[in-house]
Design a protein around this ligand. Structure first.
Ligand code: PMT
Length: 417
């Protein structure tokens, strides 16, 4: 398989040589394209020697090696590669990509390729945290670019913080995983819930929770990129919907229940990452409640969507729940697995600092009747793929069991949502 490494002009450009080596060790045919600025840091000759291929540096004719099809070389490269990984990606390159500029070989290649694109940014911490950079990242992620977030630590500029190029092994692993995963969910129609529901108290107030929707959106993006048809039932979030997913916005637990039950018949897989209210105010006041002394709220339980979906699913539809726990997570997770009858429960220890609600990172245990698989702390996007790997392994096990005479398991793309 052919991978193109795009190198832009940052001090971390030298690490791209190690990345080339790491990818070659995975038996990948690696080609390199460099921006003009990258060539100030590393000579193209380095990459030419490592890869055995001419390094692509310009959209224009190479005077020493004129070729009749040079003007469309970026299209040929774009069509023939299986993945494009850009490392390091500078703030300038991210901005150009986000705005669709095509003013050098790399940006033109990016626009022209149908292959998966991975981006590993590296820059000064303030440049990384600048709202412009973060907005460009959000735009690219919404368009399906897979981000490999920078590490934290001492930076070349002398500052300490986020912005250091992710470990070369991490980048190489992400590339290999992406290549292996391409289209392995093409037979799945996936229903995913995300975000925190809101239960109105009066026209301006609600009972809510801390869910940002990041975990559910990461799962939706990962499943879509692996070829699944995805419907995302989303409670309010600040996030851009992932590219190519069908979105059903909802507000309350009851609206989420109605949306899940409406789309469940078409789904081959339901993943309930949303944080759903367990109780709602029995009555929502018609007018804003005035500050006239203490009030007592009477709450009633909401319907358990997960448990109901397990009862109503068609044969072969996998149902996966989450369990956000603050104490004895595995014990409570096992209780939920048994009570709700789901095929797996993803246990999320939300008392652990830096993961769970709102964070970009998470760590979970994938719990089934027979196994507890720890998925250690990583970005939610990376974790989403690891979770989907486990879901597909579960699907394979169940298929083997059903072929051996147990319950039937059929799945396949539905005609429509
Ligand atoms: O959104 P983020 O900021 O990225 O945070 C991610 C997360 C912490 C929200 C996510 O990883 C997570 O743990 N989601 C489940 C949160 C939750 O509501 O857990 P629970 O233990 O209360 O519910 C268990 C399961 O039942 C969940 O799958 C939930 O969707 C489902 N449920 C709960 C209540 C209800 N009325 N109906 C349900 O279907």
């Amino acid at each position: 398989m052919k991978v193109i490494v795009g190198v832009s002009g940052g001090i971390a450009a030298y690490k791209a040589a190690e990345l080339v080596r790491a990818l070659q060790q995975q038996a990948l045919d690696v080609h390199v394209t460099m921006t003009e600025a990258a060539q100030q840091f590393v000579q193209p000759l380095t990459f030419a020697a490592l890869t055995g291929h001419r390094v692509l540096t310009s959209l224009w004719q190479d005077a020493d090696h004129p070729s009749p099809d040079a003007s469309i070389e970026h299209i040929a490269e774009a069509q023939s590669c299986d993945a494009l990984v850009i490392a390091p990606a500078t703030a300038d390159l991210l901005a150009r990509m986000a705005h669709g500029l095509a003013n050098d070989f790399l940006t033109t290649l990016y626009l022209a390729t149908p292959a998966p694109v991975l981006v590993a940014p590296a820059m000064n911490v303030q440049m990384w945290e600048h709202p412009a950079t973060q907005a460009n990242i959000a735009t690219l992620v919404a368009r399906g670019v897979q981000m490999i977030p920078p590490d934290s630590g001492a930076l070349a500029c002398g500052m300490v913080g986020s912005g250091r190029l992710a470990d070369v092994e991490t980048i190489a692993r992400a590339v290999v995983a992406t290549l292996h995963r391409r289209q392995d969910m093409a037979q799945e129609t996936v229903l995913i819930t995300a975000g925190g529901t809101r239960e109105p108290l009066d026209p301006v107030r609600y009972v809510g929770n801390r869910s940002s929707g990041k975990m559910g959106y990461a799962l939706a993006e990962a499943a879509r990129q692996r070829g699944a048809r995805v419907r995302l039932v989303s409670a309010p979030t600040q996030l851009q919907p992932p590219a190519g997913c069908e979105i059903t916005p909802v507000l309350t637990a009851e609206q989420m229940r109605a949306a899940v039950l409406e789309h469940l018949p078409q789904a081959t897989l339901l993943i309930k990452a949303a944080a759903v209210a367990d109780f709602r105010p029995r009555m929502a006041a018609e007018q804003k409640i005035k500050r006239e002394g203490p009030i007592t709220l009477e709450m009633e339980p909401t319907g358990d969507i997960l448990a109901e979906a397990v009862q109503r699913r068609k044969p072969g539809t996998l149902v996966i729940g989450f369990a956000a726990e603050t104490n004895n997570p595995l014990e409570h997770g096992r209780g939920k697995l048994a009570r709700k009858g789901a095929d797996a429960i993803i246990v999320n220890d939300v008392a652990h600092a830096g993961i769970g609600f709102e964070s970009d990172r998470n760590a979970v245990t994938f719990l089934t009747e027979s196994r507890a698989i720890d998925l250690p702390e990583m970005s939610k996007r990376e974790l989403a793929d690891r979770i989907l790997d486990e879901v597909l392994a579960l699907r394979r096990n169940k298929t083997v069991l059903s072929e051996a005479g147990a319950a039937p398991a059929s799945h396949g793309s539905a005609d429509r949502w």
